[in-house]
Design a protein around this ligand. Structure first.
Ligand SMILES: [Zn+2]
Length: 178
């Protein structure tokens, strides 16, 4: 099985772009993040079988964090292997968030925070008129996927242009009752 990628599978596997993919990168039709993510998926696809069947649609990189957008029908398989994200992170040498391509802002954020639950998504306007998207997550800080909020914010801004604020249930309660 071969994953479907923004670049040729052969290029991704060997790490060397063909003339066509090189030209598409130069024209900005594909990004360097998509080339890097394609290489990671292709080169891991022998070892991580779930990656052999996926369709990588787009990839975004910000400060060493990657958002990888797969076909939404791939998410169940991708999440079935608990080591998969770690393998991608080791290969890309950065944090990786796996999401479904397309879909609403809420769905995107639920994928980003998975397996943590997104309790509330609100649009908030700061006094200066700046618009932010506030996400409230459960108070349990043990979830591995949340915790690196700065990297997360950068990656989410790059991928969807969402200016993210993250609060835990406990912080919300504290501000209500203090
Ligand atoms: Zn190519």
């Amino acid at each position: 099985m071969q994953p479907k990628l923004p670049i040729c599978f052969f290029d991704a596997k060997t790490g060397i772009l063909c003339g066509n993919c090189e030209a598409r990168l130069a024209k900005g039709e594909i990004s360097q993040a998509e080339v890097d993510a394609s290489k990671a998926v292709a080169q891991l696809s022998d070892k991580v079988v779930e990656l052999g069947k996926v369709t990588l649609k787009r990839a975004y990189e910000a400060k060493g964090g990657y958002v990888l957008e797969f076909d939404p029908s791939d998410l169940a398989a991708l999440r079935s292997n608990p080591m998969l994200v770690e393998e991608l992170e080791n290969h890309l040498k950065g944090r990786v968030w796996v999401v479904g391509a397309g879909g609403s802002e809420r769905k995107f954020l639920e994928d980003i925070f998975f397996p943590a639950k997104v309790l509330t998504v609100n649009t908030v306007y700061l006094p200066d008129g700046e618009k932010k998207t506030k996400v409230i997550v459960p108070a349990r800080r043990s979830e591995r996927r949340i915790g690196d909020f700065d990297k997360l914010r950068e990656a989410v801004m790059r991928a969807r242009g969402i200016d993210l604020l993250v609060e835990t249930e406990r912080e919300v309660a504290a501000s209500l009752y203090s």
